[in-house]
Design a protein around this ligand. Structure first.
Ligand code: ATP
Ligand code: MG
Length: 201
């Protein structure tokens, strides 16, 4: 259901989280993270936003955007609160501040906006494009990830979720797919898409 339609069903504001990533490919830990945040914060909607051109990865090294988006869309079918978003589609670099500003322009004054992120990514936030603006623009939900600690920058609004310790990563999954090892950390429709399109070989 689009955000505008969902809002009409509630008299109070919606709680919406942006969850960005390369999602190359989306895996079960991404979905656990999104579900945990949605349950704990009673979110109405988690927007899963694949980055077309992640600023921190060399260009041309990621799987085509369209494949990553379609895998995200397949994975989102597991929970009605999850919505695949094309907000970072396009040729330019995908900067979170632009995404946050676009979502802010769409949500209503009583809606609450969060930015869902893993501990590893939040630890790097000081290096992001317009990081000070990002930190002031939105409240963060930072999810624990084994092996990663993070400082909380002064003034940042952070809700820490420390209940998950999932060792799954897309890089490890890509390695396993490439070497023909079995992969158990992917939703079935995503693994099906990968096999059908011969990705990660
Ligand atoms: P890669 O190994 O290619 O970097 P990844 O598994 O880290 O892939 P990303 O697409 O880079 O996945 O991450 C998207 C978001 O999901 C980031 O905020 C990241 O911190 C978070 N995330 C990914 N995997 C986990 C995990 N196992 N536990 C907690 N957060 C995670
Ligand atoms: Mg990563």
């Amino acid at each position: 259901m689009p955000l505008s339609q969902a809002r009409r069903r509630k008299t109070i504001g919606l709680k919406v989280a942006i969850f960005g990533g390369t999602f190359d490919p989306i895996h079960n830990a991404h979905l656990r993270v999104a579900r945990e945040a949605a349950d704990r914060l009673q979110l109405d909607r988690v927007l899963l936003v694949p980055s077309a051109n992640p600023p921190h990865k060399p260009s041309g090294t990621t799987t085509p955007y369209e494949d990553r988006f379609r895998m995200v869309a397949l994975a989102c079918a597991c929970d009605p609160r999850f919505e695949p978003s094309r907000l970072e589609d396009g040729q330019g670099k995908s900067y979170s501040i632009d995404t946050i500003e676009r979502v802010k322009a769409q949500v209503g004054p009583t809606d609450e906006l969060y930015f869902l992120i893993g501990a590893d990514a939040f630890a790097e936030i000081g290096s992001w494009h317009r990081s000070a603006d990002v930190l002031h623009a939105v409240e963060f939900v930072v999810v624990s990830r084994p092996g990663y600690a993070y400082p909380i920058p002064p003034g940042a609004k952070v809700i820490g979720l420390e209940t998950l310790a999932l060792v799954i990563s897309s890089s490890e999954i890509r390695r396993k797919l490439d070497s023909g090892e079995p992969v158990e950390e992917l939703p079935d429709p995503v693994l099906g898409y990968i096999r059908e399109h011969g990705l990660y070989q």
